[in-house]
Design a protein around this ligand. Structure first.
Ligand code: XMP
Length: 320
């Protein structure tokens, strides 16, 4: 495996040229499919792939029913402004049925991996006759998977899985030597708008990673609404990442003078450089109260809002 490039050692121009050459050499005069989720990593890969292959790169956004509010339209518009056409593929049914009845975190990740790579990309690749999938795996994804902490949805070869055999296509991962801080610098050098390369990280399993227990459409919708509020109110916090998590346990609350055995949302907000370690941001109590009251007043069934004050480790950034 190629060696890590730290932020200090990164020469963005040299890196970009090298990766463009590698992509061009691998794909030849064929076409490649590019998996864009709207996160920092896949946005940077999209720019690199587009520079290397132009319109021989087909960029797809998988609408899996687990994304943040308005995400497909946001990504389509932003990349449209950069001259990159994004195809939205509706795969909501496939993902939601794969997740049905599953509560275990690793089984959930496995269901999402299978839906993405075997079912949805498998189909797109077969139909388009592409032989390559370009994706934004970074070093931290690999570290945590190999260490057995979390099986990141996009890691295969390091687990002894050959994507060619398993799914029928090869995977190109130009960012595999970088961590988040390096990826952002490459994004800046590629001319991505700041709102994209500075975007907070978002996990591949999307909102399913923020629902403890079964990710039903209703529970995903609840956590989606809570994430809108948390992202809006913490936008100026300067934190590395922030999110809302829906818990499985219910607690007794009261609403309109009656007992309401309701749901709980946990808010997390992290200070971190590269996601390997993290500590909770010291948010003001006023801000925390504002978040809590907006969540409780606008999302039916939520009676408790907590703020996580543990560090990573032993916590991890996402809850599943
Ligand atoms: P954790 O939760 O492991 O997260 O501390 C570290 C960083 O990675 C993101 N994350 C993921 N990204 N697939 C991804 O693409 C995943 O399965 C996944 N799990 C976590 C997380 O948001 C954080 O920035």
């Amino acid at each position: 495996m190629k060696k890590e490039i730290t932020l200090q050692d990164l020469n963005t121009e040299r890196f970009i040229n090298e990766k463009i050459n590698e992509i061009t050499d691998a794909v030849g005069d064929g076409i490649a499919i590019n998996a864009l989720s709207g996160g920092v990593d896949s946005s940077v890969v999209t720019m690199l792939g587009h520079r290397a292959l132009g319109n021989r790169l087909r960029t797809v956004f998988i609408e899996n029913g687990l994304m943040r509010e308005g995400e497909a339209a946001y990504v389509e518009k932003l990349f449209g402004e950069l001259g990159i056409k994004v195809e939205i593929v509706d795969a909501r049914q496939e993902f939601l049925s794969a997740l049905k009845g599953i509560t275990d975190p690793e089984e959930k990740r496995e269901a999402i991996t299978g839906s993405f790579y075997r079912d949805v990309f498998g189909r797109i690749v077969r139909e388009s006759e592409a032989r390559f999938l370009l994706q934004g795996t970074i070093l931290t994804d690999i570290d945590e998977t190999v260490a057995g902490i979390k099986r990141q949805h996009n890691v295969f070869e390091q687990l002894g899985i050959d994507p060619q055999q398993a799914f029928g296509y090869r995977i190109l991962e130009p960012l595999i030597q970088l961590r988040k801080d390096g990826v952002r610098e490459v994004g800046r050098a590629l001319g991505l708008p700041e709102k994209l390369f500075k975007r907070i990280p978002f996990p591949g399993p999307a909102l399913a990673a923020r629902v403890i227990g079964e990710a039903t459409p209703e529970r995903i919708e609840t956590v989606r609404k809570a994430n809108v509020i948390v992202e809006k109110l913490l936008e100026d916090s300067g934190a590395f990442q922030y999110m809302a998590i829906l818990h499985e346990d219910r607690v007794t609350g009261m609403r309109d003078g009656k007992r309401d055995f309701g749901q709980q949302i946990e808010v997390r907000c992290w200070d971190s450089v590269d996601a390997r370690t993290a500590s909770p941001t010291r948010l003001s109590f006023d801000l925390l109260e504002k978040i809590a009251s907006e969540i409780i007043n606008s999302i039916p069934g939520i009676v408790s809002v907590t703020y996580n004050i543990a560090t990573k480790p032993p916590s991890t950034i996402e809850a599943i």
